[in-house]
Write a protein that binds this ligand. Sequence first.
Ligand SMILES: [Zn+2]
Length: 326
Amino acid sequence: MSTVQTISGPIESAALGRTLSHEHLASGMGAMERVPGLYDEDAAVERTIEALKRAHDAGIRTVIDCTPVDLGRQVSVFERVAGQTPMQIVVATGVYRWVPLSYHGWDADYMAQYFLRELQDGIEGTPIRAGIIKLAWDMEYQLTDGGPRSPRVQMEKCARGAARAAKAAGVPITCHTRAADRVGVPLLDIFEEEGLDLRSVTIGHTNDSEDMDYVLGLAARGATVGLDRFFSAQDEYVAQKAGVALALVQAGYAEQTCLGHDAAAYSVNGGPADGGPRPFNPECWLLVPNVQVPWLLDHGAAEDDIDALLVRSVRATFEAAAAMAG
Ligand SMILES: [Zn+2]
């Protein structure tokens, strides 16, 4: 057992329950709340509470919000939502995709200190502590021009900083990865060099790939595989996404596989708040419990496998991380 930080304070890892491993409450871009007309906090709070309520009604007990500050994290939403939902919410420090120029002159240890402040002291002057570190490795990883300032070198530095902070604070790392480029492999190489227990690392968005050599290879190295993209109930889509989960279950990796949607209750990415009707999808976190789980049970997974996928796998990332910190 270990302690997990939520926006309402610490809980025991045993209390996590069914967990969605990669979601967003409010997201968009850093400082979006300062741009008139771009963001509507009351709408963000209202939509988040409604989506959380529906997910809780569907049996979900914890949501991991993977929104670092540069992806538009809204600590005021966390503060306003905390008292109004029974859902346990873990929030993130970290970096999203393009490493901001402001971090380019920082070394890996300084990055680690920066993450540690949010993990140990609190986010943006509040007592709300981040409980996880988020990294995002996407197509920018392919850009190697610019020597030490190239996107790749900066991303590698941030990964080392994240690893050092994860070890010091005893928290897991969750990674957005571009599965088509198999970037989970070089990420795990760095985490291995830094001495992490790879069980504490989730290589996310891996169900964007049907390359089962790649997917199973991540699990074989001991990492946790995040099958955390799920946007549609359309039959073919469900069979493809859930099929990846079933293959991991059948290969004996249910304990290392976690599920989510990568869906936001409120995002400015669909257009500015004052730009007309915005998509509101209060069912954004229901496809895993209400569509993927029944599909898996229909196709041979056992109830115990579902517990492994939704409860024990995520719990193990927190416990493996805590064990590293001793
Ligand atoms: Zn995401």
